[in-house]
Design a protein around this ligand. Sequence first.
Ligand code: COA
Length: 262
Amino acid sequence: MPQELLLTGLREGIYTITLNRPEKLNALNRQLIAGLGRVMEEVYRRPDIRAVLITGAGEKAFAAGADIAELASLDVEAATALARSVQQDVFDKIENCPKPVVAAVNGYALGGGCELAMACHFRTAAETARFGQPEAGLGLIPGYGGTQRLTRLAGKGRAMEMMMSGGMIDAATAERWGLVNHIYPPGQLLDASLRLLEKIRDNAPPALGRIIGLVNAASLGDAGGFDREIAAFGACFGTPEMQEGTRAFLEKRKPKFDGGER
Ligand code: COA
């Protein structure tokens, strides 16, 4: 039986997706990427999924990039189509997902692996994690959104240096540069990230979806962001979650949100 390239598991509303090709440092081949696209469709569709954690199998890598053996045989048209499809069918779907998606970076996040982590809403990392965009050393550039997302996250100078040098940065530098929100000892990364997601999961799903959409718009420099925020703020007042959230506060109890998309 072929090895499953993605492992998934749902526990109390949190869906964990594990990239599972550890013998190749979880390099993103076509099959793995297509599977990730299908799994993300499931995330959108299933109301029982409230939040998502993406991580890599093994201790060494989150993902060491696109599969270089596959890239080697592509021509201009095929490479253009690949980049378009990975960006639009998979990574954009992660970034625009109305449910929180967090990457727990457990080791190398290089090339497409770093781009995948950056498509997530935010990142946690093991102390041993390493980030890099080594494509220029292969005669390539990042093609899965890296030039855009890294510049937005880390700023122009740092993005330029990282992509021009192809060098790796460690987890502490990634945290300082804004790529990573929290760093944990390797053995604690998953549990600590899940605890963070549990807190997020317990908040109102329609509010979380609106926050994601508005912050994404801001990071794209959407000039209409303030107006969209006004409209989205108002729309919250038409949701049962707002009724429940405010009533629970006044009744001095914890709110209970049923979940599901609205
Ligand atoms: N694509 C395909 N295979 C990859 C890969 C990638 N991006 N990254 C690692 N692998 C494979 C290696 O070929 C090796 O396979 P093998 O055992 O069949 O020879 C296996 O994963 C283990 O990698 P290895 O290089 O032996 O591990 P290492 O600890 O010596 O080095 C790295 C780790 C991350 C420094 C090194 O694997 C590397 O530089 N990978 C490529 C990173 C990259 O350029 N990514 C961007 C791609 S566009």
